[in-house]
Design a protein around this ligand. Structure first.
Ligand SMILES: Nc1ncnc2c1ncn2[C@@H]1O[C@H](COP(=O)(O)OP(=O)(O)OP(=O)(O)O)[C@@H](O)[C@H]1O
Ligand SMILES: [Mg+2]
Length: 244
């Protein structure tokens, strides 16, 4: 078995994250609510005291039903969101494939977006030049590389984003569901590449509703329910707990 180093890559300590839920729609409703002193918003706790550590080289499935807080957790780890309380520490370069099209500029071409996206992920122009062809090859969208990405389909976005991410020197890769918009051959190709990255010692955090796939890919599963960790252990067991 591959040795997992004990040095943590991600440390999440007692993290809370709340969102405001709006209750009014029209001006009239807003005015009425003000007169009646009814609150216009209520706080909603998406993550409620979540703690876990992920060691270097681990592959962890983040599991849970719709709305349980998985995407919010990944956004906190990637730094897109900040917690209301608690702390999140990461070590090394973190690349997130979290939302289809995030990190892309709609008015720029695929080619220009490769440079933009790769620069955001910490690559120099020289590094990108050297890997450009390989990035385009993996994505298989060469014909459309000079088209503005606002005309891309979801699958084409995914192809470009995934391809850029796996060509950067990442230590931690966060993947949220987005593989599901890829067609079957591309999904297979991505999974093969993800397994290779894991074998090379990269740390993975994967969110997917394809429970069979993630429990095969990841040894460990962290199950969220209503913003709390309900189970943290072997992924096959996490899936069982989820299904009960
Ligand atoms: N920006 C926001 N404003 C208000 N509420 C939000 C915001 N982002 C997330 N939420 C709420 O937080 C809860 C958790 O959302 P999150 O996207 O993390 O769930 P998830 O586990 O990824 O679900 P899914 O499986 O459907 O992707 C949901 O109830 C959602 O409505
Ligand atoms: Mg989600």
């Amino acid at each position: 078995m591959r040795r997992i180093s004990e040095t943590p890559r991600i440390v999440v300590r007692d993290v809370r994250k709340e969102f405001k839920l709006r209750h009014t729609h029209s001006i009239k409703e807003t005015a009425l609510a003000a007169v009646r002193r009814k609150p216009l918003t209520t706080q909603f706790r998406a993550l409620d005291g979540v703690s876990f550590e992920i060691a270097e080289g681990e592959a962890v499935a983040l599991l849970g039903f719709n709305g349980s807080g998985k995407s919010t957790m990944l956004k906190l780890i990637s730094g897109v969101l900040t917690p209301d309380s608690g702390s999140i520490l990461t070590r090394g370069r973190v690349a997130g494939l979290i939302e289809v099209g995030a990190g892309f500029h709609p008015d720029l071409s695929g080619r220009e977006n490769i440079y933009l996206n790769a620069a955001i992920l910490g690559m120099s122009k020289k590094e990108i030049d050297a890997r450009f062809e390989s990035i385009v090859d993996f994505s298989e969208i060469e014909r459309f590389i000079d088209t503005e990405v606002k005309h891309y389909s979801s699958g084409m976005f995914l192809r470009l984003a995934f391809s850029v991410a796996i060509h950067t020197e990442v230590d931690v890769l966060l993947i949220d569901e987005i593989l599901s918009v890829g067609d079957e051959p591309f999904q297979k190709k991505c999974l093969t590449r993800i397994r290779e990255l894991h074998a090379e010692g990269k740390t993975l955090v994967v969110v997917s509703h394809d429970l069979d796939m993630v429990s095969k890919l990841c040894d460990r599963g962290v199950l969220l329910r209503d913003g709390k960790v309900l189970f943290d252990g072997p992924s096959t067991q996490a899936v069982e707990v989820m299904r009960t």
